[in-house]
Design a protein around this ligand. Structure first.
Ligand code: C2E
Ligand code: MG
Ligand code: MG
Ligand code: MG
Length: 274
């Protein structure tokens, strides 16, 4: 009967909910130990200019759990943000990145390279974020000119003046600022001109839109022009095909990242000499 199938649907739903909650709890507990158990690593994905010359890398976090396997940052970063684990994870990413830059600085083929890292809004809104960065730069000896922070539009809600002050202080240290996944957030246009940015990073969705001519590429073209008119460097993420690469160049994009040029790799050095 209808009633019985309804009951079944509800209990099935409850079970699904229960297992989702359990899974989250299991992940969040495992995350608390991820650093000390050496389960985290940084994969480096190359960024290139129009001649396909290497200009830098984006550091992408990887979590390898002995039983659960490789867990995607898209799955565990949101959990880390709700539990607060993102603070120590963010510190770890920053420290590893600075150490990497110090190693690269000893080699003429890598000392000019920029390293971009993703900073969570939770981490960025920390009152002591700037002094932490400053201290870490001093302690490791990393050159802030090689360091870039990728921020997302989700940061630009709430006290925008505070965010702008944080960004300015970081730029005074020499670190540059990029707006990641540009075009996907809602705050973009309202705040864009107020933000002390160095780079716009066009979201992968707009790169995929280039596969259809016409309407699909209109927005992509607009985003690129917007960045250029503000004198920002414009980089496209998720470039997978020659066609996308060519079209992006025609539209005025100068820098590129995506599987076409290289996958994220724990061994960045393999990209140095080719
Ligand atoms: P994101 O910062 O927008 O990073 C780009 C994502 O696109 C990465 O996924 C990258 O592996 C993937 N990607 C790069 N090229 C291509 C391509 O050509 N095609 C396709 N289909 N995908 C491509 P990943 O590594 O899974 O990271 C997902 C998201 O997790 C990142 O998006 C970022 O928001 C977040 N994340 C990663 N590492 C960190 C971190 O250290 N801290 C924080 N707070 N977030 C991080
Ligand atoms: Mg990013
Ligand atoms: Mg991105
Ligand atoms: Mg993205």
């Amino acid at each position: 009967t209808a009633k019985r199938s309804g009951d079944t649907a509800i209990s099935f739903f409850d079970r699904k909910m229960e297992s989702a909650v359990k899974e989250r709890l299991q992940l969040s507990q495992a995350l608390n130990h991820a650093i000390e158990r050496h389960q985290l690593s940084l994969a480096m994905q190359p960024q290139v200019n129009k001649y396909q010359q290497l200009i830098g890398f984006e550091a992408l976090l990887r979590w390898n759990h002995p039983e659960l396997g490789e867990i995607s940052p898209a799955d565990f970063i949101p959990i880390a943000e709700t539990t607060g684990a993102i603070l120590s994870i963010g510190d770890w990413v920053l420290e590893k990145s600075c150490e990497t830059l110090v190693r690269w600085a000893t080699n003429s083929s890598s000392k000019h390279l920029k390293l971009s890292l993703n900073v969570s809004p939770i981490q960025f809104r920390r009152g002591d974020f700037v002094p932490r960065v400053e201290q870490l730069l001093k302690r490791t000896g990393a050159n802030p000119k090689n360091l870039r922070f990728e921020l997302t539009e989700s940061l630009m809600v709430g006290d925008i003046n505070f965010i702008v002050r944080q960004m300015n202080s970081l730029r005074q240290l020499g670190v540059s600022m990029s707006l990641d996944d540009f075009g996907t957030g809602y705050a973009s246009l309202a705040y864009l001109t107020q933000l002390p940015l160095d780079e716009l990073k066009i979201d992968r969705a707009f790169v995929q839109d280039l596969d259809q001519r016409g309407k699909g590429e209109l927005l992509t073209e607009t985003l690129i022009s917007l960045g250029r008119s503000m004198n920002l460097a414009v980089i496209a993420e998720g470039v997978e095909t020659d066609k996308q690469f060519e079209r992006l160049q025609e539209l005025g994009c100068e820098f590129f990242q995506g599987y076409l040029f290289g996958r994220p790799s724990v061994d960045a050095e393999r990209y140095f000499n080719d």
